[in-house]
Design a protein around this ligand. Structure first.
Ligand code: ADP
Length: 408
C-alpha cells in the first residue's frame, strides 16, 4: 500500500511517499514560497536517505497550495523523477494537523464533520490549522479515490491529566474557550519514544522517558509507559523552552509591561515573541551552528544564548524527573538534539547526581545517527534518536485505514 504524507505549512508543502507497512520512503520533497507570485520551487528526492538518493530542484511559481500539490503530483508521476505511474496507486493521504484540541484523541479519516472540527479549532492555532486544512481540501479534490487521514500534533499529549494541563487562571476560560495546555511536536515525541524502547530492547510500557525535541521549535515531554504525562509547550507552541526565535516561558506580565512602555500593539508583541525572541532575540542568530561559530569568535551574547538555551532544557529535565519519579532514559532528537554534541554536553553537565552520566566520546560521534551516548554504568541512559515525523504520520495513516475503528 502506498501512502502519501503531506505537511502543509503557510508557505510550504512537505511531502513524502511511503510503501506501507514496511515504512520505506520512495521519495520526499518540499515546495517552498507557496502563495507568492514568483520565486517558488520544489526540491525532490528519490530514495531519500539511501545510497541511491537522487535530488532535483524544479523552479515554478507556486501561487497557492492547490497549484503546489498539482506540481507535486506531476513530479510523482513523471517518467524521470516519479515513483508511480498513476495517482490511483496512492491508497491514502496522511496529513499533519497541528491542533486537534480536545475534539480529536486520535488520527481520523477526514469527512465533512472532521473538516468542520479542524476549522472550529482555528482560534486555538491561527497560524497552522488554516494551512493544514487547505492541504486536506486540495488533497481530497486531487485524490478522490484515496481517503485523507488527519494526524494531530496534539494527539500524543491527550493523556495529560488535568493537573498537568490546567492553567491557574479563572476556570471559566477553560470551560468557555478551551484555554489549557495542549502540547505540540507529539508526532515526533511518540516516534522517538517508541524508537528508544526498540534501542533499549525493552517494552515501551515499562519505560519512563524524557524526550527532548530540540529543533528551531523545541519541546520536552515526560513519557510514562508510552503515555505522555507532561510537556513543555502549552496552549500554543510558544511556551516552554527557549527556541530559535520564540521566547518560551516568560513572566506573563511582560506583555503588558512592553505594551505600556513601548507603545507596541498586541499584534506587534505577538510577532516579537514568536519571530524575534529566543536565541535570535538574545544574540541575533537563530541557528545553533551560527551561534557556535560566533561563540568561537568571542561573541559574548552568542555564548549567553547558548547557555540560556541549554539551561532551559536542563531545568525541564529536572522537572520531569520529579514528575515521573524515576527515569530510564533521556532522549535527544531534532536538528540540535540529533546533531549537536556541544548542546547535549552542556545540558547534561551537572546532572550526574540524577543518574545522568554522559559518555563524552560517544556523545561526540553521535551526529545524526541513533546511538546510546551515556556511560554503560549510567543509571539513566541518554539516547540520540533521529526523528521521522513523516514516517510516524504514514504509520498512523496506515493503522487508521487498515486496523483502527473510527472514533474521535
Ligand atoms: P524545525 O523542523 O523545527 O525547523 P530542525 O529540527 O530541522 O527544525 O532543527 C533546525 C535547527 O537545528 C537549526 O536551526 C539548527 O539550529 C539546528 N541544527 C541543525 N543541524 C545542526 C548541526 N549539525 N549542529 C548544530 N545544530 C544544528
Amino acid at each position: 500500500m502506498k501512502i502519501l504524507v503531506i505537511n502543509a505549512g503557510s508557505s510550504s508543502v512537505k511531502y513524502q511517499l511511503f510503501r506501507m507497512p514496511e515504512g520505506i520512503s520512495l521519495c520526499s520533497g518540499k515546495a517552498e514560497r507557496v502563495g507568492e507570485p514568483t520565486g517558488g520551487f520544489i526540491t525532490h528526492k528519490l530514495n531519500p536517505g539511501t545510497a541511491d538518493e537522487r535530488k532535483v530542484k524544479f523552479d515554478y511559481p507556486l501561487p497557492d497550495h492547490a497549484f503546489a500539490l498539482e506540481k507535486i503530483t506531476g513530479i510523482l508521476t513523471s517518467p524521470e523523477w516519479g515513483v508511480i505511474s498513476d495517482l490511483e496507486e496512492i491508497s491514502g493521504v496522511g496529513h499533519r494537523v497541528v491542533q486537534g484540541g480536545e475534539l480529536f484523541k486520535k488520527a481520523v479519516i477526514v469527512d465533512d464533520r472532521v473538516r468542520e472540527g479542524i476549522k472550529s479549532l482555528i482560534p486555538l492555532a491561527p497560524l497552522h490549522n488554516p494551512a493544514n486544512l487547505q492541504g486536506i481540501e486540495v488533497a481530497m479534490r486531487m485524490f478522490p479515490h484515496a481517503p485523507s487521514v488527519a494526524v494531530f500534533d496534539t494527539e500524543f499529549h491527550q493523556t495529560l491529566r488535568p493537573v498537568a494541563y490546567t492553567y491557574p487562571l479563572p476556570y471559566r476560560f477553560y470551560e468557555q474557550l478551551g484555554l489549557r495546555r495542549y502540547g505540540f511536536h507529539g508526532i515526533s515525541h511518540r516516534y522517538v519514544a517508541r524508537e528508544a524502547a526498540r534501542m533499549l530492547r525493552q517494552p515501551l510500557e515499562t519505560l519512563m522517558l524524557i524526550t527532548c525535541h530540540l529543533g528551531s521549535g523545541a519541546s520536552v515531554a515526560a513519557v510514562s509507559g508510552g503515555n505522555c504525562i507532561d510537556t513543555s509547550m502549552g496552549l500554543t507552541p510558544m511556551a516552554g523552552l527557549v527556541m530559535g526565535s520564540r521566547s518560551g516561558d516568560i513572566d506573563p506580565s511582560i506583555h503588558g509591561f512592553l505594551m505600556r512602555n513601548t507603545g507596541m500593539s498586541n499584534h506587534e508583541l505577538e510577532e516579537m515573541f514568536n519571530r524575534e525572541s529566543g536565541l535570535l532575540g538574545i544574540c541575533g542568530r537563530n541557528d545553533m551552528r551560527d551561534i557556535h561559530n560566533a561563540r568561537k569568535n568571542g561573541d559574548k551574547l552568542a555564548q549567553l544564548a547558548f547557555e540560556i538555551f541549554c539551561y532551559s532544557v536542563k531545568k525541564y529535565i529536572g522537572a520531569y524527573v520529579a514528575a515521573l519519579g524515576r527515569v530510564d532514559a533521556v532522549v535527544f532528537t531534532a536538528g540540535i538534539g540529533e546533531n549537536d554534541p556541544l548542546c547535549r554536553k552542556q545540558i547534561c553537565k551537572g546532572l550526574e547526581g540524577m543518574g545522568i552520566v554522559l559518555n563524552r566520546k560517544r556523545n561526540l560521534t553521535a551526529v545524526g545517527n541513533p546511538e546510546v551516548i551515556s556511560m554503560i554504568a549510567s543509571p539513566v541512559k541518554v539516547l540520540v534518536v533521529p526523528t521521522n515525523e513523516e514516517k510516524e504520520i504514514a504509520t498512523s495513516t496506515w493503522q487508521t485505514l487498515t486496523v483502527d475503528d473510527q472514533c474521535s
